[in-house]
Design a protein around this ligand. Structure first.
Ligand SMILES: Nc1ncnc2c1ncn2[C@@H]1O[C@H](COP(=O)(O)OP(=O)(O)OP(=O)(O)O)[C@@H](O)[C@H]1O
Ligand SMILES: [Mg+2]
Length: 244
């Protein structure tokens, strides 16, 4: 079942064609990755999918509904995490999560808050103020917030960038489990090639606002005649290569 469908998205900022005609789909339970060099247009694409940035042209459908026409209904079933998003610093972690649980109108907000605290293993942080958290701790709180409404589509912009290898590994395993068990669709960006290889069933390689290749890590490596995703990345980023 198709959860997300983006059709021919275009976004210009002045002279910059940040996104130049991106189309993609993400299915139920699928973990899809957007990969590409800095400035390729990944975050701008995610922001259009979330209704944070209005496309110049193109369409976004989620759960069969047009985002532009059904914004509230659609976005209530989606969530997002990115390290550059702030959380209210003066609140305690549990207060922040309670506030989001209420914003989403959850039936049992307190119960869900305790569930996401357990999932992200942030019990020891629950009474700390957000402003006091380290960047890795902040990331885990962001992810707890992103899971609060049990989204059918979870969009994550570099979700593990600030995490140490152990925390990153646990979070990756948790996200894969959620996709498998709950059928949540995930769309992530990352500059960690091992993470993408391990997590993503389908990888969309973005370069200069366009998807230049799509496939599994193994398919992309084979298409570009190299051994792994890291080499695919270097080939596309440095040589502007396209698959053979
Ligand atoms: N609000 C904005 N105003 C002007 N230009 C923007 C804006 N947002 C993004 N851009 C430009 O659009 C292009 C794509 O940026 P985007 O943030 O989507 O890249 P990215 O693929 O997420 O890169 P990174 O890997 O560095 O996060 C860049 O050239 C960027 O400078
Ligand atoms: Mg980005």
């Amino acid at each position: 079942m198709v959860i997300l469908e983006a059709v021919s998205l275009v976004k210009r900022f002045g002279d910059v064609r940040a996104v130049d005609g991106i189309s993609l789909t993400v299915g139920q339970g699928e973990i899809a990755g957007l990969l590409g060099p800095n400035g390729a247009g990944k975050s701008t694409t995610l922001h259009m999918l979330l209704g944070l940035v209005t496309p110049d042209s193109g369409e976004v459908r989620m759960f069969g509904l047009d985002l532009a026409k059904n914004r509230t209904e659609v976005l209530s079933q989606v969530n997002f995490s990115a390290s550059y998003l702030g959380l209210p610093g003066v609140l305690h972690v549990r207060e922040v999560l309670n506030a989001f649980a209420r914003l989403y109108g959850l039936r049992h907000p307190r119960k869900r808050v305790e569930e996401v605290i357990d999932l992200l293993e942030i019990g020891p942080l629950a009474r700390r103020k957000v402003v006091e958290l380290s960047s890795g701790q902040h990331t885990r709180v962001q992810l707890a917030k992103a899971l609060i409404n049990e989204p059918r589509l979870l969009i994550l912009d570099e979700p593990t960038a600030a995490l140490d290898p152990d925390a990153g590994d646990r979070i990756r395993a948790m996200l894969v489990r959620i996709a498998r068990e709950s059928g949540t669709a995930l769309l992530i960006t990352s500059h960690n090639m091992r993470e993408v290889e391990r997590m993503c069933e389908r990888i969309h390689f973005v370069s200069a606002g366009r998807i230049v290749a799509t496939g599994t890590a193994a398919e992309l490596a084979s298409d570009f005649g190299v051994d792994d995703l890291e080499e695919v990345f270097l080939k596309v980023a440095r040589e502007g290569a396209v698959p053979a």
